[in-house]
Design a protein around this ligand. Structure first.
Ligand code: Z5A
Length: 215
């Protein structure tokens, strides 16, 4: 698998945050902004983004997988990711497109590491096997108060998935693990509070992208 930064011309932007932080909303608005600049941008998500990945996603999110072991969960996240990189992300970047991805490997550190308690070294070992030397050019971490996120998600009619059914304590650990990732790689992250109005958050995201890539 091709895993180096040099072989690509496109830009890789990832969005992270706990559920309800506003990733889907902000990714849509960023895509509109890039379209307005005639930048060819592809929007994708993890787990998922490919036929194989979407099947793995169903397995990971459904309640019938409640007995899933944390290590199995981690390996499935990276299995979907390996397929995603090979089939979608690397070819798009090589072709010069920008790729905006709803979650990537930071989510594995946050959910499987912080949330489930898998040691960081184990995650790093698998990360190295799947995409050594390849990291996003920019990661936008969207944050909001847990109560805000719960209210936003609670407003939806859909049934909760396996992750959404986790405890408030689980999500506190996930959030803390995200902040630790920021501490470890400050340059890569833009941390944006989403308590503000959607348009104001979108302006902050545009500003972060424009300044990172000199648009
Ligand atoms: N997972 C993992 O464990 N390990 C991994 O490696 C990976 C993933 C890659 C699926 O993620 C699950 O996979 C995820 C972690 C795990 N589970 N959780 N939790 P997902 O990204 O598909 O699902 P999600 O995180 O639950 O996304 P979400 O619930 O769709 O949230 P969101 O995209 O961040 O929020 P949104 O849909 O844009 O906004 C939610 C609502 O709030 C919506 O009605 C908006 O209109 C509203 N909203 C958004 N922003 C605002 C503001 N600023 N003001 C007011 N209202 C707002």
């Amino acid at each position: 698998m091709e895993t180096t930064r040099n072989a690509r011309q496109g830009r890789f932007i990832t969005f992270e945050g706990t559920e309800g932080a506003g990733k889907t909303t902000q990714i849509r608005l960023l895509k509109e902004y890039l379209d307005s600049l005639n930048i060819d941008a592809l929007v994708t998500r993890e787990p998922g983004g490919t036929e194989v990945g979407e099947q793995v996603r169903s397995l990971l999110l459904q309640h019938t997988s409640l007995a899933m072991d944390a290590s199995s969960e981690l390996l499935l996240m990276f299995a979907a990711r390996a397929q995603h990189l090979a089939q979608i992300i690397f070819p798009a970047l090589r072709a010069g497109a920008w790729v905006i991805c709803d979650r990537f490997t930071d989510a594995s550190y946050a959910y499987q590491g912080g949330g489930r308690g898998i040691p960081e070294a184990q995650i790093r070992a698998i990360e190295c096997a799947v995409h050594e030397n390849f990291q996003p050019d920019l990661t936008v971490l969207l944050t909001c108060a847990p109560e805000t996120a719960m209210r936003r998600v609670g407003d939806r009619d859909e049934e909760k998935d396996r992750f959404e059914s986790e405890s408030a304590e689980f999500f506190r650990r996930v959030h803390a693990a995200y902040l630790k990732r920021v501490e470890q790689d400050r340059e890569r992250f833009a941390v944006i509070d989403t308590e503000a109005k959607i348009e104001d958050v979108a302006a902050a995201v545009r500003q972060a992208v424009a300044s990172r890539f000199s648009l």
